[in-house]
Design a protein around this ligand. Structure first.
Ligand SMILES: [Zn+2]
Length: 403
């Protein structure tokens, strides 16, 4: 009688609980209440009892105790020609746990590190890692294909300064499309090669850093795409130019003025609205003292205004005005930056004509650093790749009770 209720609670149709051993853990011995079914032809396999093997797998814990299920798996040699092990619908072949257990663990992996999940459930890191990998792959296979008209391509370093990966995103759809090892032209080729011609022809604009390799590959595959160098990266180059100027001016400064230059790196690069009053005063003093830095600072502010303007026309007018302003200075670092701007002009104009925001693509780098910490301890690229898809594309967490 009690075992009937337990069988109902367990909820694996076709299986009855035959015995329960209560120890530090619960061990449920299960018995099949019918003959096994041939997975190929679907007929009952009456000879089953002759060839069976003992299995124990872990299931979800009950009342704070871990649960194990003991049961037989039958080998089938069917008249239809099938020869192998029966299928059990709540079990994946070779798994040491039930499907619902894996589903539960996977839900935790979406928000916790592998290591933390392994500690909470007291299971091996390797088990968690495998469940996570399998779960992500399953979600990945179920995704409908996105047909974007805009792509954004960026590189991330897996270790500081080396071991690069290329990230392809669809910023308007807010989805990661590709995580590719390396940052060479051939590396990006491998992404495009997997796409249909129609998919590639649908791409109208691709934003990227002025990194040559991405452009070469994109031009080769996306025949209708314009290349746009996004302002986020261009602003970084400008930041470097201003910093070079600061370093040179600091070296030339007189002894008494030198302390004013100290700690000025971030003052010059940060948005002036985000500075505290004391920092603002410090910056003002420095800009009063050094005319070159003051000019560079104004140019930087003007440069930001270009991308903030609402209409395409405004942006283009401001861009031309900025180039004129920059060329009238005789600061070598600014001149070097202006040379770059002129060389990239067409691609910058493409970016200015493109109205859509790159906010999604810009935030990716810092998010990926967090993901790298989540996947910490596993150096395989494939896991990092899957983890990036999970954290960007399928992070929404439905209740684990719903399935
Ligand atoms: Zn059969």
């Amino acid at each position: 009688m009690e075992l009937t209720i337990l069988s109902q609670i367990l909820d694996f149709p076709g299986y009855n609980v035959k015995e329960v051993i209560i120890d530090n853990v619960f061990t449920f011995t299960l018995e099949k209440n019918n003959f096994p079914i041939c997975p190929k032809c679907g007929q009952l396999y009456f000879d089953a009892t002759k060839d069976k093997r003992d299995f124990t797998v872990e299931d979800l814990s009950v009342f704070g105790k871990r649960c194990y299920l003991k049961f037989y798996k039958y080998r089938i040699t069917c008249s239809c020609g099938f020869n192998g092990t029966e299928n059990i619908h709540w079990l994946t072949p070779y798994a040491k746990h039930t499907n619902r257990y894996a589903h539960w663990i996977y839900a935790f992996c979406k928000r916790m590190t592998c290591l933390d999940v392994s500690k909470v459930f007291n299971i091996s890191k390797f088990t968690v890692y495998n469940i996570d990998k399998t779960g992500i792959q399953k979600e990945l296979d179920e995704q409908p294909e996105i047909k974007p008209s805009k792509l954004s391509i960026d590189e991330v370093s897996r270790k500081k300064g080396h071991n690069y990966a290329t990230i392809v995103t669809a910023p308007n759809d807010k989805k990661i499309l590709g995580v590719i090892k390396g940052r060479k032209s051939e590396d990006l080729d491998s992404f495009y090669e997997q796409k249909e011609k129609e998919w590639l022809n649908n791409i109208k604009i691709v934003t990227m850093d002025a990194w040559r390799a991405f452009k070469t590959s994109t031009n080769k595959y996306c025949k209708n795409a314009q290349i746009a160098y996004d302002h986020f990266h261009i602003a970084q180059y400008f930041g470097k130019a201003i910093d070079n100027l600061r370093i040179r001016e600091t070296a030339n400064a007189d002894g008494t003025d030198k302390k004013l230059y100290k700690g000025s790196k971030w003052l010059l690069l940060k948005d002036s609205n985000k500075l505290k009053k004391k920092q603002k005063n410090h910056l003002d003093e420095l800009l009063d003292l050094n005319e070159n830095l003051a000019k560079a600072y104004i140019l930087r502010d003007e440069f930001r205004q270009i991308f903030k303007a609402v209409t395409i026309l405004e942006r283009l007018v401001l861009f031309n005005r900025w180039k004129k302003m920059a060329s009238s200075t005789d600061i070598p670092e600014i001149q070097d930056f202006l040379k770059k701007i002129n060389a990239w002009s067409d691609h910058i104009i493409n970016a200015l004509k493109d109205n859509s925001s790159n906010g999604y693509a810009e935030g990716i780098n810092s998010k990926i650093r967090v993901i790298q910490r989540m996947a910490y301890g596993y150096k395989d690229f494939e896991y990092l790749r899957l983890k990036i898809f999970q954290q960007f594309n399928f992070r929404e967490l439905n209740s684990i009770f719903n399935e």
